[in-house]
Design a binder for this molecule. Structure first.
Ligand SMILES: [Zn+2]
Ligand SMILES: [Zn+2]
Length: 190
């Protein structure tokens, strides 16, 4: 994801547009297809300002049913890139480059967008990704995703509940028996 910016380095205010569809490999992220990047690079004098948009699709795992699903994304990216000669002075000020989270363009006068794009994607990922707003989750008995159809466990559960209900009348009977007995004891005392 390297962009040659030598053309705008000569003068403040110069800018150029850049657009490309690229296959990217970023750790922790599974892309479904090459992502589309569209950027404008502006020489601000001290930095190169990169403003653009990243569009594509990710493969995410549903936090509810654990199935993989495709998640289309499109978001803005705005980052400033400093001349790598400034790296030394930045670190002299006491902070490490990681702490500052500053991007640089290198000696070959090109900007590598990979890290900026990776960070934006991670920031824009849903905290609880869902395959669909009404995801049914997993069967609590056998663990099969409910979207894959009936596993039969629910039926089994209902059957066992039925048995419980059959014991119901007996329970009422014993309750009323205990109640009667208590009432008799109370009457006997008074
Ligand atoms: Zn799901
Ligand atoms: Zn089941």
């Amino acid at each position: 994801m390297k962009v040659k910016i030598s053309g705008i380095l000569k003068q403040n205010g110069l800018k150029f547009s850049w657009e490309e569809t690229e296959s990217v490999s970023v750790p922790e992220i599974v892309f479904q297809a090459p992502i589309h990047l569209k950027f404008t690079f502006t020489n601000t004098g001290r930095t190169i300002l990169a403003e653009g948009n990243a569009e594509g699709g990710l493969l995410l795992s549903c936090s509810n049913c654990l199935q993989n699903f495709s998640h289309p994304f499109s978001f803005q990216i705005v980052e400033e890139f400093w001349n790598s000669h400034d790296a030394a002075s930045k670190t002299e000020e006491g902070s490490s480059l990681e702490e500052l989270s500053i991007f640089f363009y290198d000696e070959s006068e090109s900007i590598d967008l990979t890290e900026a794009v990776r960070q934006s994607i991670l920031l824009n990922l849903p905290v609880h990704p869902l395959c669909s707003p009404n995801c049914q989750g997993l069967c609590p008995v056998c663990g099969k995703p409910k979207s894959e159809g009936e596993c039969g466990c629910e039926e089994e559960l209902n059957k066992s509940e039925l048995i419980d209900e059959r014991w119901g009348p007996l329970k009422t009977l014993s309750d009323s028996f205990i109640e009667k007995k208590q009432r008799r004891n109370y009457n006997a005392k008074s």
